[in-house]
Design a protein. Structure first.
Length: 449
């Protein structure tokens, strides 16, 4: 049984999407289609796409959807999501996360293993797949825990977990801190080509509650120094060089991290990384007057770090953008800042915050969409039910699509979120552009409004 999952629904009919700007970041396609062109899906798969494919009219019986000039591209792939189910379904469930995801244009997401029980056994991986199939919103893949119980001591049965569908291995929100454990994980994973994903934060330096510096001192809060991330990254990349393993650093947040990974790539090491919208769209000032929605892990950093993350996205050092969706209930956040839980939701704001990079002139549109589609799919070797790579437009591949309006302004109100939890650091932010229709395996699963 695979961690990839989609629900068996009634067979979708043929659908012709016309009058769209067709973008496929994987191939570089970016073409404006009038009513004679666009994309045709037939059942679960893409039958054809491009200008002129409807020059003789759409197929008999096909539903015609007029995109009204909107962007039609592959559905987004979110490679870092905390589902909370099983164990903490009051914070989030596979169903509520799926609703929020499709509202944000996400058609595939990858669940971290830090549930209760931890995803360190085949049955746990299969449970996530089964639940997602029953619900039939986004496709759900899962990471296997790198160590048993994510305790950082004994390696999990990676081979068995991979056969059950685990797409990579990580201890989720915990760093694999023990150097020997990390060395063994990289060595074992290298034997089979598995990817190890690290939360790069040295536990001995991470006892604070926000970024160490002048802002923390002014607020009287204990700080987490930037070096907590930097030291762990530098150590890990020495181990990568020693073992030849595949390594991915999650949600990097400092300028030094960008430079460390840039140098590692220049040396030819098999190293990749991602970041999340808070680290290119916010800085530590968002904590403001003890705003717990802005208490994240890693913490929001200085403005110079934010600018370096943007630069890392521009030059390709950073390989993907993930939501880093971390739902917390009201009781966990409505506490004094020092006691409040870390984490922020992000499924519904992943796309519009990435589009800010386009509107601000930092990235062109196709590069921004690549970071959300084929790039994360390629990192994790994600395939659809038809054997085709996810995150791209492929004839014969799954019709996982999103229609995007680029310029429409709107305001994100956390209390209106479809997630069970409302702890977004972007509550009240004015945004521009969003998903207007989300399609999974040819089925429309969300229409805006």
């Amino acid at each position: 049984m695979s961690a990839r999952s989609t629900a068996p629904q009634s067979q979708p009919q043929a659908v012709a999407y016309v009058n769209v700007r067709l973008i496929d970041p994987a191939s570089g396609l970016d073409v404006v289609c009038d009513h004679t062109g666009g994309l045709l899906s037939d059942g679960e798969t893409i039958s054809a796409y491009g200008p002129g494919i409807f020059a003789s009219g759409s197929p008999a019986g096909a539903e015609v959807i007029d995109g009204k000039g909107a962007i039609l591209c592959p559905g987004l792939v979110d490679m870092r999501v905390q589902m909370r189910e099983p164990g903490e379904a009051h914070k989030e469930s596979v169903k509520s996360a799926g609703k929020a995801a499709v509202a944000g244009g996400i058609t595939s997401m990858v669940a971290l293993p830090n549930t209760d029980p931890v995803l360190d056994e085949e049955a746990a991986i299969e449970f996530i797949a089964r639940r997602a199939r029953q619900i039939g919103l986004t496709k759900v893949y899962a990471y296997g825990a790198a160590t048993k119980g994510t305790l950082g001591k004994e390696l999990s049965e990676m081979g068995l977990l991979n056969r059950a569908g685990a797409v990579a291995f990580t201890d989720g929100t915990k760093a694999i801190a023990n150097v020997q454990t990390m060395r063994r994980a990289l060595q074992y994973a290298a034997t089979f080509g598995f990817l190890i994903i690290q939360h790069p934060e040295e536990p001995g330096l991470s006892g604070g509650v926000m970024n160490a510096g002048e802002q923390a001192s002014r607020l009287g809060l204990s700080g987490i120094p930037r070096e907590a991330e930097i030291i762990m990254l530098e150590r890990d990349l020495r181990l990568v060089e020693m073992t030849g393993g595949r390594y991915h650093a999650a949600h990097i947040s400092t300028s030094d991290s960008v430079e460390i990974i840039r140098r590692a790539k220049a040396k030819g090491l098999d190293v990749t990384c991602d970041t999340a919208p808070p680290y290119f769209a916010l800085n530590e000032l968002a904590v403001g007057d003890y705003r717990t929605f802005a208490k994240l892990s890693p913490p929001l950093r200085a403005e110079s770090d934010r600018l370096a993350i943007v630069e890392g996205l521009q030059d390709g050092t950073i390989d993907a953008i993930a939501s880093d969706h971390s739902p917390q209930d009201t009781d966990a956040k409505r506490l004094p800042f020092a006691q409040a839980a870390f984490g922020g939701t992000g499924l519904e704001t992943l796309l519009p915050l990435t589009l800010e990079l386009v509107h601000n002139g930092h990235l062109d549109l196709i590069s921004a969409l690549r970071l959300l589609t084929c790039a994360p799919a390629d990192l994790l070797n994600l395939t659809d039910n038809h054997g085709h790579r996810a995150g791209r437009l492929t004839v014969g591949g799954a019709a996982d699509l999103v229609l995007i309006t680029l310029d429409r302004p709107w305001k994100f109100v956390a209390q209106q979120s479809l997630s069970k939890s409302k702890n977004s650091p972007f509550d009240g932010r004015l945004l521009q552009g969003h998903a207007v229709r989300t399609v999974v395996d040819g089925r429309t699963v969300h229409v805006h409004g």
